[in-house]
Design a protein around this ligand. Structure first.
Ligand code: ADP
Ligand code: MG
Length: 727
């Protein structure tokens, strides 16, 4: 089958597609009836566990108290009974290795009974601990072969759930994944540690303001996930897409996103059907999906849940990614989570909304109507400003990976320079503080639309700023630099830890200044806030982050601007960062260093695969198409010449030149990619970033130009136009 035949077939398949899923009926079964039905949450626990056991678990989940392991057998029995009622044959410890993906190892409940039969068994120890081996996951040297054991440990704060499959269901237990030596091999362990750290420091601040109930302060997260959907037939006709997750070739289509007619537009029927089923599946898993809409680029969409505590939000985020991918298949589509599947149109990010809250104090980043008078809020807010300024490089490093290089630092939203958007109202309050004390907050007021039948709208105190990588959005901060394919754990670990350090600093200063005397608090807070804003106000920027002028201004302010993954990752190895993570018991030196190595290695592997694919596609798909067309043109020219026509050979000349360019650049890339770039990981990664990536682009340039000339019926790859617009 020639390339173009597969394209024709793909197009026919798209236009004739029939869904394979039976239709859902929300009138018959409203969402509220099945929401959480596949989760062993508090309701199910209360129903099935003895009172004392339930109470104890609840204290661990809600207050962060130490887990009582003696309860494990009772809990395991209850979970088993529940899971078997739900048709489960197996259980799986689910964990989150440093690849950023979700991993699971399934075990059957069945054990031989010694009489030739078998019984379903699930002990407390099987619930609490697993040993999946899983030694092929990256450990950055922590798991040398002689100490290769890896354990999964039950995380009671993230509820067990049932994963459905047409042929049976599996009980899934979220776990942390650690080595024989107790070192973290995953994304969850440091996240839980960082949540513990921030609680300790936040309590100190709350205590200064007289809140001593000790209600757990948890970091909360609400991640907005952007993704592309294209027809699966196109997907499988593109080796670059199904192997590397992004197109390595593809000329710009005549129409891209410039008309902005897709953004928030009516959702195509097949896509909406997919969304409804994906949400249906996620509801069953207790993932509180809230919003959906079309995004800016054609074929791009977004889904966002209601925020939850950071750990749960992270596990749910992983489930969202898995579910989007799985359900898309049923509707004949492929869900692309890569940061930049298509050059020339917007890439995909994952905006991570972050805040702190407790059951008694509510949201600690809620300014109220008069932020200038809300000292407690201002301390928390200033702590974040200070943290982001002090550790901007760390925030950049935790979103660094090959896919995100196409967004950050590469003419796309948001830039690689980390800054904070505060909005008019808060900036004004901090400016007043700087000048000696805050006396007022700019009002909120109402908007008059000028149409009597429309209601007056309460006006928000601050506008939005879509270009900022770290924006205050009313009662939380939104970290927008996170990539669409990334686990949100890394960014959350970083935010929790840097803010812990800042709260620690603030608490220490205030404790010392007041010496326990509440009357001294307002003065001490004013002094602290002024000092922080004087020193760290440079991170605040409310303007257009895309403007060239900002890049110059940011440089003047001394803000770091790490353009690539390779520029950013070494931050993880600096003494400042290693000490930071050590001090708050989030990561040991070895754990931090191993992470840097793993991420560098991942970068190298990713680019290496992309380079090999570029060579393969260039040689075996594009070159053959180009010379076939060249042959046709040459034959035509020879025929015309034979009958005495005068004609010009412009197209043939152009094709010939481009074929040569394609061959030369491909040969050059092959040579460059085969060469070893350096002794250490950093040198090697630098080589890939500075030599291999540009060499790939030269091949692409020649190929994309050929795409604009070669006869369409010869072209082997589905085009951008087809993939983005045929739905
Ligand atoms: P927008 O696109 O306007 O930024 P969305 O509704 O798409 O807004 O997403 C906002 C996200 O922020 C949601 O996931 C929401 O639950 C989350 N969020 C709201 N309040 C908080 C909070 N206190 N902590 C963390 N996330 C929050
Ligand atoms: Mg949004």
């Amino acid at each position: 089958m020639s390339g173009s035949t597969s394209r024709q077939q793909a197009i026919a398949a798209v236009t004739n597609y029939q869904p394979i899923s039976p239709p859902l009926n929300f009138a018959k079964t409203p969402s509220s009836e099945f929401y959480g039905s596949n989760v062993f949450g508090l309701t199910e626990m209360q129903k099935r566990l003895p009172k004392q056991v339930f109470k104890s678990l609840k204290r661990t989940i809600e207050k962060g108290e130490k887990l009582d392991c003696s309860l494990a057998d009772t809990v395991a029995n209850a979970i088993k009974a529940w899971a078997i009622e739900k048709g489960a044959t197996h259980y799986a410890h689910v964990f989150y290795p440093l690849t950023g993906l979700t991993a699971e190892k399934h075990d059957s409940f069945l054990v031989p009974d010694g009489n030739g039969g078998a019984v379903a068994e699930f002990s407390g120890s099987a619930l609490i601990q697993g040993e999946p081996d899983a030694s092929s996951f990256p450990s950055g040297g922590i798991r040398a072969t002689f100490e290769a054991r890896g354990y999964t440990a039950w995380d009671v704060t993230s509820p067990a759930y049932i994963l459905e499959n047409p042929n049976g269901t599996t009980l899934c237990i979220p776990t942390a994944f650690v080595s024989w030596t107790g070192e973290a091999l995953d994304k969850k362990t440091p996240l839980l540690r960082s949540m513990q750290a921030i609680n300790v420091q936040a309590q100190r601040i709350l205590k200064l303001f007289g809140h001593v109930d000790g209600a757990l302060v948890a970091s909360t997260a609400g991640p907005e996930q952007e993704y592309f959907l294209i027809d699966r037939n196109f997907y499988f006709a593109r080796p670059d897409l199904y192997t590397a997750g992004r197109t390595l070739f593809g000329a710009k289509p005549p129409k891209g996103q410039e008309l902005e007619d897709h953004y928030f537009g009516a959702i195509p029927e097949r896509v909406l059907a997919f969304m409804l089923e994906a949400e249906h599946e996620l509801f069953k898993l207790g993932v509180p999906i809230k919003t959906r809409h079309n995004e800016v680029a054609p074929a791009q969409y977004e889904v966002a849940p209601i925020f939850e505590t950071a750990n749960l939000a992270t596990d749910h985020q992983q489930l969202i990614m898995v579910t989007l991918r799985r359900v898309a298949e049923k509707y004949g589509m492929a869900c692309l989570l890569h940061e930049k599947p298509f050059a020339g149109v917007n890439g995909s990010g994952k905006h991570v909304n972050w805040s702190l809250g407790s059951s008694s104090q509510g949201n600690l980043l809620d300014p109220g109507h008069t932020p200038h008078a809300n000292m407690q809020f201002l301390v928390f807010c200033a702590a974040v400003i200070r943290a982001v300024h002090k550790y901007a490089s760390l925030l950049r490093a935790v979103v660094a990976h090959a896919g995100n290089d196409h967004r950050l630092g590469a003419n796309e939203a948001p830039p690689a320079i980390i800054s904070v958007f505060l909005g008019d109202q808060l900036t004004d309050v901090f400016e007043q503080i700087k000048a000696g004390g805050a006396k007022s907050s700019k009002g909120q007021g109402t908007l008059t639309v000028g149409v009597d039948v429309l209601p007056p709208l309460p006006k928000d105190a601050g506008d939005r700023n879509r270009t900022s990588p770290f924006a205050f959005t009313g009662n939380r901060f939104e970290f927008r630099a996170v990539g669409s394919s990334q686990s949100i754990a890394g960014p959350l670990v970083a935010m929790n830890t840097i803010v812990s350090e800042s709260l620690d600093y603030c608490a220490t200063v205030l404790e010392k200044a007041t010496g326990g005397d509440v009357a001294k608090l307002p003065g001490a807070v004013q002094t602290l806030l002024k000092e922080i804003y004087d020193k760290h106000g440079a991170i605040v920027f409310n303007g257009d982050n895309y403007a060239e002028a900002w890049h110059q201004e940011a440089a003047k302010r001394g803000l770091p601007n790490f353009k690539t993954t390779v520029d950013s990752l070494p931050t993880l190895g600096t003494p400042e960062i290693i000490e930071l993570f050590e001090k708050y018991h989030v990561l040991s030196k070895r754990e931090t260093e191993s992470r840097m190595d793993i991420y560098l290695e991942q970068y190298i592997k990713t680019i290496n695969v992309e380079a090999k694919l570029t060579v393969e596609i260039s040689k075996t798909m594009i070159f053959p198409a180009a010379i076939r067309y060249q042959g046709e043109l040459a034959t035509t020219c020879a025929n015309l010449k034979a009958i005495g026509y005068t004609f010009d050979t412009d197209t043939l000349d152009k094709v010939t030149a481009l074929v040569k360019e394609l061959q030369d650049t491909t040969a050059a890339l092959e040579k460059i990619a085969a060469h070893h770039g350096g002794s250490g990981l950093l040198e090697e990664a630098t080589y890939y970033s500075t030599k291999v990536v540009p060499a790939m682009l030269t091949v692409r340039k020649a190929a994309d130009e050929l795409e604009g000339i070669v006869a369409d019926d010869h072209w082997p790859l589905p085009t951008y136009q087809e993939m983005l617009f045929i739905k």
